[in-house]
Design a protein around this ligand. Structure first.
Ligand code: SF4
Length: 327
C-alpha cells in the first residue's frame, strides 16, 4: 500500500526538575494514504506527543526529539526548514485538538481565521479566500453569513465544526485528530463525526484518530494501534485487533467491554498505573501490571513480532521464547 507517513525509531524526551521524561520510546509506525488509523491508550501514553512530533512541534528546551525519523510523503519532516514547516502545517498536515479554543483566536472572526489560512497556503486573492471560507463553513453546516462572527458567539459543538472547517480548508493530506469530540455531548459528537467521515471520504484524507473510545475506533477506523508508555505495543487492522487482540495490555483494555457497536465503549482502567516515564522498567514496560509476566519479561525488552501484518510487542509471541501462549 501507499504510505503517507513513516515514523521510524522515534525517541522524544521532556526535561523537568533535572529528570528526563521518556515520552516516546523507539516508536515506529506507518500510515497508509486515505486510511484512518485509531490510536488508543491511557492518558500519559504519549499519544499527543506523537501528534506534536509529526508536526515537528516539540518545543525546546522543555522537550526534544532525540532521534529517529518522520517522513511525510517521503520527505523528512525533522530535516525541514522553518519555511517548509510553515507550508506543511495547516496545508499538508492539519491538527484538530480536543479543545477548539486551542485552535481559534478569540479576537478574530472565524471567517478571517479560515480565510487567512487559505490565503497563506493557496494562490488566491483575499476575496477568493473569504468566499472559500464561507463555503467551508457551509460544508460543515454553518451558514456562510456567520463568517463575520467571533468564536465566543458559537456553541461548543459549532466551535468544533469551525475548527474542522479551518483544519480542512486547504484539503490537508493528513489530519491529526486528537480526541476531537471528547468535549462534546453525545448527539453533537455523532454529528461532528458524521461530518468528518464525509469530508475524509470526499478529500481522501488520511487521519490519525486519537481517542479513548474503542467504539469510535470500530466505527471510524481502518487500522488501530495500541500505545503504552511511549511505544506501540500492538498494531493491525480493526478486524485483526478487535477480532483477536494479542497484547495483554490491549486485551486488558478490551476486557469485558459490553458491545463495541454501541459506540460508547471506552477504555477500561487496568489495575495498577503506567510506569513512571522518568524511570521505566528495564524489561517490558507493561511487566508490573501484566497477568502473564515471566522472568524474561523483567530482563529483556520485547521487540515486534508480525503475524500477517498484525504486530505485537510481547515475549509471548516471540520465536524461541519457549513460553506458553495466552488463551
Ligand atoms: Fe506481559 Fe511479558 Fe508480554 Fe510484557 S512481554 S506484555 S510482561 S507477557
Amino acid at each position: 500500500m501507499d504510505k503517507i507517513l513513516e515514523v521510524k525509531d522515534l525517541h522524544v524526551h521532556y526535561f523537568s526538575n533535572r529528570k528526563t521524561v521518556r515520552a516516546i520510546n523507539n516508536l515506529s509506525l506507518d500510515m497508509q494514504r486515505g486510511r484512518v488509523l485509531g490510536l488508543v491508550g491511557e492518558t500519559g501514553a504519549g499519544k499527543t506527543t506523537l501528534a506534536l512530533s509529526i508536526l515537528n512541534m516539540i518545543r525546546a528546551p522543555q522537550g526534544k526529539i532525540i532521534s529517529g525519523s518522520i517522513r511525510f510523503d517521503g520527505k523528512d519532516i525533522l530535516a525541514m526548514s522553518k519555511q517548509e514547516l510553515r507550508e506543511l502545517r495547516g496545508k499538508d498536515i492539519a491538527m484538530i485538538f480536543q479543545d477548539p479554543m486551542t485552535a481559534l483566536n478569540p479576537v478574530l472572526t472565524v471567517g478571517d481565521q479560515i480565510a487567512e489560512t487559505i490565503f497563506k497556503h493557496e494562490k488566491v486573492s483575499k476575496d477568493e479566500a473569504w468566499a472559500k471560507a464561507e463555503k467551508m463553513l457551509e460544508t460543515v453546516g454553518i451558514p456562510g453569513a456567520r463568517a463575520k462572527e467571533y468564536p465566543h458567539q458559537f456553541s461548543g459543538g459549532m466551535k468544533q465544526r469551525v475548527v474542522i472547517a479551518l483544519s480542512l480548508a486547504c484539503n490537508p493530506r493528513l489530519l491529526l485528530a486528537d480526541e476531537p469530540t471528547t468535549a462534546l455531548d453525545v448527539t453533537i459528537q455523532a454529528q461532528v463525526l458524521d461530518l468528518m467521515r464525509h469530508l475524509i471520504r470526499t478529500y481522501n484524507t488520511s487521519v490519525l484518530f486519537i481517542t479513548h473510545s474503542l467504539g469510535l475506533v470500530v466505527e471510524n477506523c481502518d487500522e488501530v494501534a495500541t500505545m503504552y508508555a511511549g511505544e506501540i505495543v500492538e498494531y493491525g487492522t480493526v478486524e485483526q485487533v478487535f477480532g483477536n487482540p494479542l497484547h495483554p495490555y490491549t486485551r486488558g483494555l478490551f476486557g469485558s467491554l459490553p458491545d463495541y457497536s454501541e459506540g460508547a465503549a471506552r477504555l477500561r482502567p487496568i489495575p495498577g498505573l503506567m510506569p513512571d516515564p522518568t524511570n521505566l522498567p528495564r524489561g517490558c514496560y507493561f511487566s508490573p501490571r501484566c497477568p502473564h509476566v515471566m522472568p524474561l519479561c523483567e530482563e529483556l525488552h520485547p521487540t515486534h513480532t508480525s503475524m500477517d501484518g498484525h504486530l505485537v510487542k510481547c515475549h509471548l509471541y516471540q520465536e524461541n521464547a519457549n513460553v506458553e501462549q495466552p488463551i
